[in-house]
Design a protein around this ligand. Structure first.
Ligand SMILES: [Zn+2]
Length: 567
């Protein structure tokens, strides 16, 4: 196993090297005209350019590349358009791993590698050691700070290897400042690695931004002040209406369609029928574009109070906008709601960039923007076109149980399912002297007969390097960690979802889930549209080159040399 892993690492290393040696700017369709040919050789921040004082890493949760194209004409100046016109736009940027979920995407973002090496294989998974479900960041050893008394904390303890922030800390002897923020704990915590100055996320019980004792014994005063002065309760009376006149949404599916859940019509009241703010309101708030604005305000407070970008030691701020994901799940990628929150996110980012320009000066700031995954169309919507649909979760587990019961007798063979994984009861198999590989093969053969299931890979197959040479299998291998994944990994056919009754989701190796933006902007970045294949794992090594740092320890992504200015 270790041998196979080593060979894979060497192969990836050689591929990375050979890619790094391809001519600069090959195939780049510059828009506007690029700034003349870069000299070959060293790339990275030029010493003649203004020093980089701040890197802002932006993730938009559940944001497909095609949103940038579909709505480009409705963007304002200074937001996404600024990236498309003055930055580097990688037009064929795809995740290389399955499952395409939030935690793996955010871990990839700044570790520069896939879950196979960063260990974040899902949002949650079955932990064999403790015999229970864990989340990517749950940590019983730390306490939450700023929320309800006694709430369990969260930390990056399951993240393997270093991130860009860790490398910054190492190289500057801790002087660089590193901060991560989001509505979701995993999206605040995973991008900034092990020892940032802080990670902050939204608590749906109290409406506060919270953190954990992993980072410090007490919540910093500026975060307490933010919770006091700018609490989310201020949004209680807000109503989410369309930003533009209704006619501007003609390209979407129409507000009153059959594919969205209940309460799907504009306007969306945040208070609903509630008398005062509480958890139900905090839920609706997070599912509205106003929570993105609230997070942008926290970004401003973080920059001011943590003094980010205030000197020539580069700092790192990661911001993950979560509301787009909640809206996308409920209404689907072709809804007016998704169009509207996309337009509003553009304006939120434009305002934030304007503020950062005033505060720090954009000539000192590098921006990297991506998404943690895309999303499938609502199954019922594509079914009407003749493909896709929903697979019942019990049909999948039923097929496996039936196969194992038939071969080995009636027992509780499965400990856990979820995250596209099936965990066998290994102790029971051992006790009955049953070969794990045989049981896996038997179950896999049964599960692929379920309509809507495309493939099922077994643990034995993956760890012995015997998966077929297909893109599907490769994607599963990139998402597989031998100590954390189950005995089976199941992949649906395109446009099929397992479970649910309305709305949509993501998680597959198909383009609607993998194809996301990769936008870079700032000193050292060559503007242009680049058609070369890239992945979000390329962001961290590229930024490391720009910052003259050693890349994150486990990185497998390549340096996007075509988008870096030569010296
Ligand atoms: Zn997500």
């Amino acid at each position: 196993m270790r041998h196979a892993k080593l060979l894979r690492a060497i192969a990836l290393y050689l591929i990375t090297i050979s890619m790094a040696l391809t001519p600069l700017a090959q195939g780049a369709q510059s828009r506007p005209a690029s700034q003349g040919p870069a000299r070959r050789g060293a790339v990275g921040a030029s010493q003649t350019e203004a020093p980089i004082r701040l890197v802002v890493g932006i993730v938009i949760d559940q944001f497909r590349y095609d949103y940038l194209m579909r709505f480009e004409d409705q963007f304002v100046e200074g937001g996404f358009k600024r990236f498309l016109q003055s930055g580097a736009n990688f037009t064929d940027n795809n995740y290389l791993h399955t499952p395409t979920y939030t935690a793996p995407g955010h871990a990839t973002f700044m570790s520069g590698t896939t879950p196979a090496l960063n260990g974040i294989i899902g949002n949650e998974w079955y932990d064999r050691e403790s015999g229970r479900e864990v989340t990517s960041v749950s940590d019983g050893k730390v306490k939450q700070l700023g929320g309800r008394d006694g709430a369990t904390g969260a930390s990056p303890h399951r993240l393997l290897g270093s991130t860009l922030g860790d490398q910054l800390k190492l190289t500057t002897q801790g002087r660089a400042r590193v901060v991560g923020i989001s509505l979701k704990d995993r999206s605040a915590i995973l991008p900034v690695g092990k020892r940032p100055d802080g990670a902050y996320w939204f608590d749906g019980n109290t409406g506060n931004f919270v953190s954990s004792t992993w980072y410090f014994p007490e919540l910093p005063a500026w975060v307490k002040n933010f919770n006091r002065d700018q609490h989310s309760d201020r949004y209680f009376e807000r109503v989410w209406e369309r930003l533009l006149p209704a006619a501007a949404y003609a390209r979407s599916a129409g507000d009153d369609n059959d594919y969205e859940g209940k309460d799907h019509l504009f306007p969306h009241s945040l208070r609903g029928k509630d008398e005062k703010p509480g958890p139900a309101f905090y839920g609706r708030f997070q599912s509205s574009p106003f929570a993105n604005d609230h997070l942008a305000n926290l970004a401003r407070a973080a920059i001011e109070n943590e003094k980010l970008g205030s000197d020539d030691i580069p700092d790192l701020l990661t911001i993950s906008f979560s509301s787009n994901d909640l809206v996308g799940h409920a209404y689907g990628p072709h809804s007016e709601e998704v169009q509207d929150i996309t337009l509003r996110t553009d304006r939120t980012i434009a305002e934030l960039m304007k503020w950062i320009d005033k505060q720090i000066g954009l000539k000192h700031v590098v921006f990297a923007l991506t998404a943690d995954h895309g999303v499938a169309p609502v199954p019922e919507q594509v079914k009407a076109l003749g493909y896709g649909g929903r697979v019942s979760a019990t049909a999948v587990s039923g097929a496996i149980e039936k196969a194992l019961d038939g071969a080995y007798g009636d027992e509780k063979w499965i400990l856990s399912t979820g995250n596209g994984n099936v965990y066998f009861n290994l102790a029971l198999l051992k006790q009955k002297n049953i070969s794990v590989a045989e049981a896996e093969a038997l179950a896999a053969a049964a599960v692929i007969k379920v309509p809507g299931i495309a493939a099922c890979f077994t643990r034995s197959q993956i760890v012995s390097g015997q998966t077929p040479a297909t893109r599907l299998a490769e994607s599963v291998v990139h998402g597989f960690h031998p100590e954390r994944n189950g005995n089976l990994v199941i992949v649906t056919e395109p446009f099929y979802l397992v479970g649910g009754s309305s709305g949509t989701s993501h998680g597959t190796p198909y383009s609607y889930d993998t194809h996301v933006p990769l936008l870079l902007l700032g000193p050292g970045i060559r503007p242009g549209w680049y058609g070369q294949a890239s992945s979000p794992a390329d962001i961290a090594p590229t930024l490391a080159t720009l910052l003259r740092l050693n890349p994150p320890s486990n990185r497998t992504g390549r340096v996007l040399v075509e988008a870096l200015r030569g010296r």
